[in-house]
Design a protein around this ligand. Structure first.
Ligand code: ADP
Ligand code: MG
Ligand code: MG
Length: 236
């Protein structure tokens, strides 16, 4: 498959098994949503895909364009085209927005200017001189993180709650960024509790995670069932 494939993935953190056989296919050019109650393991999946230390793959595999990336360090995964936006992007005191974007442009051969990248997510060009995420609002952090990922020209993008703690204007800008990524044939997986972002960009598929497994995948109509009957209603 050209895209991301998660195959019977079991992951433990510390002594606790959190993911219990996750299966997921995200072809390039498609937009999927991953929803589920708090504690289901959604962020654990994002962290595991990113290759964070401490997230131990006990069983199963992660494939990007048919090639296993399970044993690669985070930078190698990113170089191969997998970009992950974490729920809480860290502050990088001492590193300016322009420096970080220039470095990524160089690494990934992106021809957009820093101003173009910022403009794509609706951020002003004077943001270029500020330290990354230091004193940024919630919305500015998420928008900048998306500009960072756009500079990487990724094949697959995983976003953990890009619409949490963010104003409506930012949500619309993030949705525009997702549409642009799709237009470049990237596959995008958005983890969300809310339907906020899904109002502005419609998913091809919605996956429901409960207790470390994807228990249902289907069209956006699943969201209406969840709204009415809760997550339990989806599997009933
Ligand atoms: P979600 O993002 O769906 O809300 P998480 O992936 O954050 O869920 O958490 C899944 C489960 O893993 C929860 O029970 C949580 O308490 C547990 N968990 C998450 N991180 C850790 C950790 N570092 N150590 C131990 N347990 C963790
Ligand atoms: Mg949560
Ligand atoms: Mg989470």
């Amino acid at each position: 498959l050209q895209g991301l494939e998660v195959v019977d993935l079991w992951v433990s953190v510390g002594n606790k098994t959190i993911l219990k056989g996750v299966n997921l296919k995200l072809p390039r050019g498609e937009f999927h949503a991953l929803v589920g109650p708090n504690g289901a393991g959604k962020s654990t999946l994002a962290m595991t895909l990113a290759g964070y230390p401490g997230y131990k793959v006990v069983k199963g595999d992660i494939l990007l364009d048919g090639e296993s990336i399970k044993d690669l360090p985070p930078e190698e995964r990113a170089k191969k085209g997998l970009a992950v936006l974490l729920q809480h992007p860290p502050e990088l005191e001492g590193i300016r927005v322009a420096e970080l974007l220039e470095r990524l442009k160089g690494l990934y051969g992106c021809k957009d200017s820093v101003e173009d990248l910022l403009r794509r997510v609706g951020l002003p060009s004077d943001m270029a001189f500020r330290y990354v995420n230091v004193g940024f609002s919630g919305g500015e952090r998420k928008r900048f993180d998306l500009a960072r990922v756009i500079a990487m020209r990724p094949k697959i993008v995983v976003m953990d709650e890009p619409d949490s703690g963010v104003d409506v204007e930012s949500i619309k800008r993030i949705a525009d960024g997702i549409k642009w990524l799709l237009s470049q044939n990237a596959g995008v997986l958005v983890i969300t509790h809310y339907r906020n972002i899904l109002k502005y960009v419609k998913p091809h598929l919605v996956h429901v995670m409960i207790d470390g497994r994807i228990v249902k995948s289907g069209g956006p109509e699943i969201l209406e069932v969840i709204e009415e009957k809760g997550f339990a209603g989806v599997v009933a």
